[in-house]
Design a protein around this ligand. Structure first.
Ligand SMILES: [Zn+2]
Length: 273
């Protein structure tokens, strides 16, 4: 599939290359999206739907329970390992240096664990390993302290955990560093404008495991294709980005992240080992 566009890929010697990843790449590590049954969370006698918990207003009412749910999700993420797709992206960054940018919709932190740098990884929906001040005394991101430990389904937040989850700067309440359903993308926390600009200015945009159901990634793919960049869509399912990729002169690679990125590297003449 990628052989077809090999001359164009090999002609990209100085241009920027943007990789955009979605839930598909994490699913290959066994991480659920937490938007279905696996994401339900019981508080008292009520069973909460993930869409109802992942909001700033739910956090305002039930901070300990929302924190408990995120610590549970973080625990699940940490029991998974980066897969060949994540590892390939870390190698792409090593080889491409400043020509590389990764924009990820995933909050599981697996790209950073695989070796991608914080500077070149725009985590547009946040990262479950970090917290920030709920009162916004600052915009700093703080790693969630190791001592907070793990959280199992049904477990309640302990007093000790609550203490550890205070904002290190002002001592007030901190919150998970994730984009909630009742919040908007912004530049300061989520690199919104920078992500769009990178997509508009790149020579190649590679979408990996993204379903095309969220706003920013769709704007990025449309912007790249509309601005004359080559778009490649790596996805086992044919989604909306496949058509946009083909319209840009690129291709849809039907397959998983690991296989797709390996084939891309080969077609570009890059050695990923
Ligand atoms: Zn604070």
């Amino acid at each position: 599939m990628l052989e077809k566009i090999k001359p164009r890929l090999q002609g990209l010697t100085i241009e920027k290359i943007v990789f955009l990843t979605g839930a598909g790449i994490s699913a290959e590590s066994g991480i659920p999206t937490f938007r279905g049954e696996e994401g339900y969370w019981t508080v008292g006698s009520k069973n909460y739907h993930p869409m109802d918990l992942a909001t700033n207003s739910a956090f305002g009412e039930l901070p300990d329970d929302v924190w408990g749910w995120y610590l549970f999700r973080k625990t699940v993420c940490h029991r998974s390992q980066p897969n060949p797709g994540h590892i390939a992206l870390a190698r792409f960054e090593e080889v491409l240096g400043d020509r590389f940018l990764l924009v990820t919709q995933n909050v599981d932190g697996l790209h950073l664990r695989a070796g991608n740098s914080m500077e070149r990884t725009y985590q547009v929906h946040g990262n479950i390993d970090f917290m920030r001040c709920w009162n916004e005394c600052c915009l700093d991101l703080f790693p969630i302290p190791q001592e907070v430990g793990t959280m199992e389904r049904g477990q309640k937040l302990s007093a000790q955990q609550r203490e550890l989850l205070k904002c290190p700067k002002c001592g007030g309440r901190s919150r998970p560093h994730v984009l909630w359903f009742d919040e908007c993308y912004d530049e300061e926390r989520f690199r919104f404008q920078s992500s769009l600009k990178a997509a508009f200015d790149c020579g190649l945009l590679v979408s990996v495991g993204s379903s095309g159901s969220t706003n920013l990634p769709t704007q990025m793919v449309m912007g790249a294709a509309g601005n004359g960049s080559l778009v490649v869509d790596i996805n086992p399912e044919r989604g909306p980005y496949a058509r946009m990729a083909e319209a840009s002169g690129g291709v849809w690679f039907q397959g998983g992240a690991g296989a797709g990125l390996k084939a891309l590297a080969q077609a570009m003449g890059i050695d990923l080992r």
